[in-house]
Design a protein around this ligand. Structure first.
Ligand code: GLC
Length: 409
């Protein structure tokens, strides 16, 4: 049983300290990795490829050769991107485990060509790098016959699997469950969450409500609601749970070698800003290749996001929802300053190189005392007591989104 004290909160639901810590992390890296990574056609390959032979799929284990330093490199990429936690698919819907299932079955990484416990390597690299390890774990299972034929036995297997993850890897940041949307049944949530609370009382518990039930709250033990690929919304300022949007870089969570449908870097930064403005985190995904490496384009996108965060003085970690609003900008606050984030900021130049030279104003519902551009500290030009002019980026540079740091009167 966890006790927590809410100072000064009478009617408000209060937030547990570890949930607040999770919110302060702000930005996480989602990592899909499994046998499907070898095929390079997405994490649903087993289910959606009509020609997929179950035996051949299982035989991918003999090809699962993972680079020794995969986890260290992954953590370095995550840190460069500004991610403060990493959520790894310890087991996905194909039922294959990246961790040692300790005899529950032999469909796991130690019984594959790599012959190692990849979750242990992941946790170790996270701990060394100072980012929190989180485990994605599916509840459904395409390959375990008990899932459809002997559900009580399956739940026991699932619970034992969770117990292994709770007890073998030291302190973990949390669990990100998925797949409960597969069937409407008694998932024995009390039992599974009870196992987590017994061994990891401060682990964040997430249970993905999928594409159709964004932000839906569930069991009382759940610490965070999900917004899968959907813009988050502010449920209420006083809600006791955190929120997290998960987002893909292209069209697949698992590595899909020919998927080139990447969104622009500025869109992900926009996602991060919108998440923070709703007191939510962003969990941005990369699908590892079969050898555990990150695709070059993913690495570049993540690196550029990290550069933008640092160029803007890391405000995304401290900024939260603001009651002040503006047209043409998303406003956040750290309690003292406002951060007005403007999208689609043009690049200066002339009509021969740039079409977007219209002078844009941002009008706030508050009077500005002083304001500076966060990226270079220059004063913001005021057009009225409550309005400022959007300064284009100098020709030859562009950050796409620009942040005005504002003190109101
Ligand atoms: C969906 C997909 C799953 C993916 C997850 C990530 O639930 O079924 O493959 O891992 O979204 O949010």
């Amino acid at each position: 049983m966890i006790l927590f004290v809410c100072k000064g909160a009478k009617e408000k639901m209060c937030k547990k300290t570890y949930v607040e810590e999770f919110e302060q992390r702000g930005f996480g890296l989602f990592v899909h990795f499994g046998l499907y990574s070898i095929v390079g056609k997405g994490e649903w390959y087993y289910r959606l490829n009509k020609n997929c032979d179950p035996v051949a799929y299982r035989n991918l284990m003999s090809k699962f050769v993972v680079k020794r330093d995969w986890a260290t490199r992954l953590v370095a990429i995550a840190k460069k991107a500004g991610c403060k936690y990493i959520t790894l698919t310890a087991r996905h819907h194909d039922g294959y485990s990246l961790y040692d299932t300790c005899g529950l079955n032999d469909y796991d990484a130690p019984h594959s060509a790599c012959g190692r416990d990849l979750v242990a390597e992941f946790v170790d690299a996270c701990n060394k790098g100072g980012v929190a390890p989180f485990f994605y774990h599916t509840w459904l299972d395409w390959c375990n016959a008990d899932y459809t034929q002997n559900f009580p036995k399956y739940i026991d297997y699932l619970n034992k699997s969770i117990e292994i993850l709770c007890t073998k890897y030291g302190k973990i940041g949390g669990f990100w469950f998925d797949g409960a949307w597969d069937q409407s049944t008694d998932w024995h949530e009390d039992e599974i969450y009870g196992t987590i609370r017994k061994y990891q009382p401060h682990a964040i518990i997430v249970n993905n409500t999928g594409l159709s039930e964004l932000g839906k709250t569930g069991h009382p033990q759940i610490d965070c609601v999900t917004f899968e690929r959907g813009n988050p919304f502010l449920v209420s300022d006083s809600r006791s749970v955190a929120g997290e949007m998960c987002q893909v870089l292209n069209d697949h969570w698992g590595y899909a070698a020919t998927d080139i449908d990447y969104k622009p870097v500025s869109e992900f930064i926009g996602n991060l800003v919108e998440c923070r403005a709703c007191n939510c985190n962003l969990l941005l995904n990369t699908g590892l290749k079969g050898d555990g490496t990150v695709r070059d384009i993913d690495k570049c996108i993540l690196t550029e996001i990290g550069k933008w965060i640092r160029a803007n003085k890391n405000f995304v970690y401290i900024a939260r929802h603001s009651a002040v609003t503006a047209d043409n900008a998303t406003v956040l606050t750290d309690g003292t300053y406002l951060y007005a984030v403007v999208r689609n900021v043009p690049v200066s130049g002339d009509e021969n190189v740039n079409r977007r030279l219209a002078r844009t104003l941002v009008t706030l519902d508050g009077k500005i005392k002083r304001a500076t551009w966060l990226d270079n500290g220059e004063a913001v030009e005021l057009a009225a007591p409550n309005a400022f002019v959007v300064k284009p980026f100098d020709y030859g540079t562009s950050g796409a989104l620009r942040v005005a740091k504002i003190k109101l009167k």
